[in-house]
Design a protein around this ligand. Structure first.
Ligand SMILES: Cc1cc2nc3c(=O)[nH]c(=O)nc-3n(C[C@H](O)[C@H](O)[C@H](O)COP(=O)(O)OP(=O)(O)OC[C@H]3O[C@@H](n4cnc5c(N)ncnc54)[C@H](O)[C@@H]3O)c2cc1C
Length: 418
């Protein structure tokens, strides 16, 4: 550790790991609620998170009542935090999380440590990489995630290719088209393994408008090329081998929480969401730690993460006013149907603490039409009609579950034949 601790304070009331949308909103709110010292630790040169390189609309309507592009929105979030008195430290990477709020950091001046009363993890989500998606073929240049493309395009003004294929069909895959247009890049096709696009169907005509061919239900996807990408090969829905000439591939979507720190830590990780195991207040298995934003689950919009930061800040401020973080009894949420991929929160604290999340977020593995039922101690405590698909926002009311769960776990299942 450097003697001056890398220019950082050694102690803070709250340390926020990640200066993206959620972290900045949360830190700003904490200061406005009167919390003493709030520090945001951001590994990049600038705070602001993903919106910094989303050079497109629409950001900021809920937050600022204005339609903003991503970089302007990120700047406003930073300005709001600075104005509120948040101490933002950039080029600081948190490298380890220790029990009771102790952090190991690297700074341009060397290693450092910070002890916080509460730590909030807001490290966001990233798209799945090519190996994580098992895409075969050669290893040429020109294969990028949407995030990498956006940062090259908007932050560095680079044009990595001219005629790429977009692999994936989530909303972010459509925003990849806009990013391409920014530098005159013309995507030639969008390729999806599922039988329809994963974004809502109403955005599909945009492909035709932009001259992007759509292939769904594809199999055996391969990227070919010696130096640069030359072609994308796959078997189409009719079982025919296809080869599309292209000089790049944008591998988009299939978000995953940025959870490297978590996996190396003492905190419990939820294999379903890929994020930390939290209760209805956003509190992790070590009560000194909280989390908010897209680290909790893949992946929500900026507006959502901003609001989540604000709400979580209120619970943290209230918790700080009680003094030392306390371990309280909790019940687990168990997923007893494979159609359900995750729930957030994953456990429910049983205490005199009021407030907390109003809704439980549910991630689906497959399309579902049926009742989502919560059972605790043999009693049905909540029943919600669902007609939804994977990668969609699904929420159920949390209050009846919290109020009626006994000391036994809450089991979530789908009743398809009611
Ligand atoms: C490619 C891509 C495109 C997207 N496009 C849109 C869009 O167009 N509209 C929209 O509403 N949402 C979009 N999203 C969703 C986006 O994640 C949210 O908009 C929002 O930025 C999430 O906020 P967050 O604070 O959870 O995470 P982020 O904004 O990702 O912020 C996380 C921050 O944590 C920092 N960090 C991570 N690890 C460490 C560490 N160990 N130490 C210090 N700092 C660390 C990161 O550098 C980053 O700044 C997109 C996401 C991605 C990945």
């Amino acid at each position: 550790m450097t003697t001056n601790n890398g220019g950082l304070p050694r102690k803070s009331d709250v340390a926020v790991v990640g200066g993206g949308t959620a972290g900045l909103a949360l830190a700003t709110k904490l200061k406005r609620l009167g919390v003493g010292s709030v520090i945001v630790l951001e590994r990049e040169n600038d705070a602001g998170g993903i919106p910094r390189h989303c050079g497109h609309y629409p950001f900021g309507i809920r937050e600022y009542g204005r339609l903003l592009k991503g970089p302007d929105y990120a700047r406003r979030n930073v300005e709001a935090a600075v104005d509120a008195g948040v101490d933002i430290k950039t080029e600081v990477t948190v490298t380890a999380l220790h029990p009771d709020g102790r952090l190991s950091l690297t700074t341009p001046a060397g290693k450092a440590e910070l002890q916080a009363e509460r730590v909030v993890l807001c490290t966001g989500a990233r798209e799945a990489s090519r190996p994580q998606r098992f895409i075969g073929g050669d290893r040429p240049l020109g294969v990028l995630s949407t995030g990498a493309l956006q940062s090259m395009t908007y932050l560095q003004g680079m044009r990595p290719f001219r005629r790429p294929v977009i692999i994936g069909s989530e909303l972010v895959s459509f925003s990849a088209i806009d990013t391409c247009r920014h530098l005159g890049i013309r995507p030639v096709a969008m390729i999806e393994e599922n039988d329809r696009i994963l974004a809502r169907r109403l955005v599909q005509p945009y492909l035709m408008m932009r001259g992007v061919a759509l292939f769904t239900k594809v199999k055996n996807l391969r990227i070919l090329g010696r130096r640069q990408v030359e072609a994308i090969e796959f078997i189409d829905a009719a079982g025919k081998q296809q080869s599309i000439e292209a000089d790049g591939a944008i591998i988009s979507g299939r978000f995953r929480p940025e959870a490297a720190l978590l996996h190396l830590s003492h905190l419990e990780v939820d294999p379903g969401s890929g994020g930390p195991m939290i209760d209805q207040f956003g509190q992790c298995s070590d009560p000194s730690y909280y989390s908010a934003g897209n680290l909790l689950r893949p992946a929500e919009t900026s507006g959502w993460c901003w609001q989540e930061g604000i709400e979580t800040a209120k619970w943290i401020a209230e918790d700080l006013s009680r003094g030392q973080p306390a371990v309280v009894p909790s019940v687990r949420v168990q997923l007893v149907d494979r159609a359900i991929g995750f729930s957030v929160p994953q456990r429910l604290s049983i205490s005199d603490r009021t407030g907390g999340m109003q809704k439980m977020q549910i991630g689906l593995n497959v399309p579902v039409k049926g009742y989502l039922e919560a059972i605790s101690g043999g009693q049905s405590i909540s029943n919600t009609w669902l007609n939804s698909r994977p990668v969609r926002r699904v929420q159920i009311r949390l209050a009846p579950i919290v109020q009626n769960c006994s000391k036994s776990p809450v089991e979530l299942s789908i009743q398809r034949n009611k």
